[in-house]
Design a protein around this ligand. Structure first.
Ligand code: C5P
Length: 318
């Protein structure tokens, strides 16, 4: 009799515990549904995606990073990308991809998004508006810090920070990286992929259309390559084909939107007269003078700001 009573009590406790667990799961799920929370940050890039402008521009299905599985290029992507090359004779794309992924990680990067993730990202451009900004500490508290091309940290820590998790570069803008930084290649051309391979093997490519470093220091286990289809998508969807191809900074910004939950932008924008000043050198080109649609890129970035997809830290007005 006593054993029977004890067993009944245990069943009741088990039953009540199950009910409690179910209730908790239900409350959590319905909260996510009601609030449409797609990450655990205060605001998420993927929240409120029904805005028409965002729906038109943002296609979360386009993979930003190349791997063996997604490497086959649709004919229209291939043709567009080939159109950017100054010379691609005798280069076999499939062979280059084979070599790339026998050397570098061949995996699906950044496929870990979900309601429990809050990945904060700082996209740090090279504008002189960073000088005197004191943004260093603010930049460094982000989970991911994207830097672009040569943009140095040494000597500029107070204004630009010292952390770099990812550096987006191409052969003509390459610099040495430390072991913890991801090298993200922006392949404007097949030659850029060949240069990357050469930099980690024979070091025999010393020139593209200008002399380039035959070798840079970087961790080969942290190499990533932007997908040519992603660059075309940014050019067409986001920039409506303004400029011949998008700038490294603008592609990095859209890359961040695809892989981060919160995106904060630093060091973007030319000076009021349109001069493209850097915080670390005396560059003073006009921002619409090169192959990029600088003005349109700037307008698109402001649309993202207005629609609360990014925050923009303007630094010091130039
Ligand atoms: O000049 P560079 O291309 O190396 O700069 C990296 C990125 O920083 C640019 O592609 C651009 O998006 C941003 N930038 C900017 N305004 C400047 C300089 C750079 O928006 N004055």
């Amino acid at each position: 009799m006593i054993v029977f009573k004890r067993l009944r009590r245990q069943y009741i406790i088990l039953f009540l515990s199950l009910i409690t667990i179910c209730l908790l799961v239900y409350i959590k799920t319905s909260q996510n549904i009601v609030l449409k929370r797609l990450c655990s940050c205060k605001t998420c890039v993927m929240d409120f995606m029904e805005d028409e402008w965002v729906v038109y521009h943002f296609n979360p299905k386009v993979p930003p990073i190349l791997n063996r599985k997604n490497s086959e290029l649709h004919q229209d992507i291939y043709n567009w990308w080939m159109g950017l090359q100054y010379s691609a004779k005798k280069v076999n794309y499939t062979e280059v991809v084979d070599q790339l992924f026998s050397l570098f990680p061949d995996k699906e990067h950044f496929s870990d998004g979900g309601p429990d993730r809050c990945r904060t990202c700082a996209v740090v451009g090279n504008s002189r508006n960073l000088l005197g900004s004191h943004y260093g500490t603010l930049i460094d508290i982000h989970d991911v810090v994207f830097r672009i091309n040569e943009g140095p940290t040494k000597g500029y820590e107070r204004d630009v920070g010292s952390k770099t998790t990812h550096r987006i570069l191409y052969p003509e803008s390459a610099v040495d990286l430390d072991n913890s930084t991801h090298l993200v290649l922006f392949p404007f051309k097949i030659m850029d992929m060949k240069w990357l391979i050469s930099s980690f093997t024979t070091r025999n490519i010393t020139r593209t259309y200008i002399p380039v470093k035959p070798f840079i220091h970087a961790n080969k286990h942290k190499v990533m390559i932007l997908h040519p289809g992603f660059i075309k998508y940014v050019h067409e969807r986001w920039l409506h084909r303004h400029g011949r191809y998008p700038s490294t900074g603008f592609v990095t910004l859209i890359f961040a939107l695809h892989v981060c939950d919160e995106v904060n932008v630093f060091g973007f924008e030319a000076s009021s007269d349109g001069t493209w000043h850097h915080y670390f050198d005396e560059t003073n080109n006009h921002y619409n003078g090169g192959p990029h649609g600088g003005d349109f890129e700037n307008k698109t970035m402001h649309q993202l700001l207005q629609r609360k997809k990014i925050s923009l830290y303007k630094g010091f007005t130039l």
